[in-house]
Design a protein around this ligand. Structure first.
Ligand SMILES: NC(=O)C1=CN([C@@H]2O[C@H](COP(=O)(O)OP(=O)(O)OC[C@H]3O[C@@H](n4cnc5c(N)ncnc54)[C@H](O)[C@@H]3O)[C@@H](O)[C@H]2O)C=CC1
Ligand SMILES: O=C(O)[C@@H]1CCC=N1
Length: 271
């Protein structure tokens, strides 16, 4: 990333820190180009030792940045926007919001400023460069959209979507990583019940899940096409799979994703 850019991550919790670490790991920002904020700044002392700038002062962090990432909870947003309004320069700053359920217009309206806002919905795999990130905006410039896309492309795969689909993207991709993690954990628990030590079962389940995902991504294949190759006639795979479906496996995943999307859309109440 251009040395001229300095990024302020306002709210250094789970996703804010995952993003910071991912950007540094990808080599596009140095820790010195990143300011992390948190109310309890002592919790960031290890990051300060690694060279990041850390502060509890959001306004100061914005003053020193060109790119401002909003990474606080939806219910914490309005107070933070009030805090940074005086140091925001609509002509200089680009805001990237990862806050669920808050539109670009919500942010501009609350600030009373025509600042450029782009929404991004990454997941925690961003810390290791494997995020699926959806980005959207209502009226950001093409130059800023490509800047943000190129930034998230270095820490995984990113796609641009319509802003109306951002709450759906939250459920499928951001929450989704937890759904797949729980599936892997459940598989490992099954593995332990049939004879493997827990740590072996987890490793075996995780690598199997990785293989399944890679079959789809690398071969551009469909899940059922790959499943058909595993299910031998009268075999054990189809027996296990059908038992899972009788117990609502696919239905549970679909219903969970629908509920997460509804909830994601209702997390923020504009003033
Ligand atoms: N956790 C995840 O996987 C993802 C979260 N998101 C969104 O990112 C946002 C943050 O989520 P998490 O990181 O999970 O929450 P979190 O609670 O782990 O992090 C929020 C951080 O903001 C800090 N904070 C709160 N008010 C502040 C203020 N005024 N100034 C400075 N720091 C302040 C808190 O101390 C906390 O460390 C939410 O809006 C969530 O919807 C989006 C994608 C993925
Ligand atoms: O659970 C949440 O509300 C946030 C949004 C997406 C992932 N974590």
């Amino acid at each position: 990333m251009d040395q001229q850019h300095h990024i302020a991550i306002l709210g250094s919790g789970n996703i804010g820190l995952a993003l910071a670490k991912g950007l540094v790991k990808a080599g596009i920002f140095m820790p010195q180009q990143i300011t992390l904020t948190r109310r309890n700044v002592a919790a960031l002392s290890a990051l300060a030792a690694d060279g990041y700038n850390v502060t509890a002062n959001n306004a100061e962090a914005v003053s020193s940045a060109t790119i401002v990432v909003l990474a606080i909870l939806p219910q914490q947003l309005n107070k933070l926007l009030d805090e940074v309004r005086p140091s925001t320069d609509a002509a200089r700053h680009l805001f990237i919001s990862v806050v669920s359920g808050v539109s670009c217009q919500d942010i501009r309206s609350h600030m009373g400023l025509d600042v450029q806002v782009i929404r991004a919905m990454p997941n925690t795999a961003i810390s290791i460069g494997h995020s699926m990130t959806c980005i959207a905006s209502d009226k950001a410039s093409e130059a800023n959209m490509s800047l943000v896309k190129s930034l998230f492309d270095t820490v995984g795969v990113s796609i641009q979507i319509n802003e109306e689909l951002m709450t759906s993207a939250t459920a499928l991709c951001a929450c989704g990583i937890a759904f797949f993690l729980r599936s892997i954990r459940a598989a490992s628990q099954g593995g332990t019940e049939i004879g493997f030590h827990a740590h072996d079962a987890l490793k075996m389940a995780a690598q199997t899940a990785k293989g399944a995902a890679d079959l789809l991504l690398q071969l551009a294949s469909h899940p059922e096409q790959e499943i058909d190759k595993v299910t031998s006639p009268k075999g054990c795979t189809i027996a296990g799979l059908n038992e899972m479906e009788h117990n609502g496996f696919s239905s549970a995943m679909i219903k969970g994703i629908k509920l997460s999307a509804e909830k994601a859309g209702a997390l923020y109440k504009a003033d």
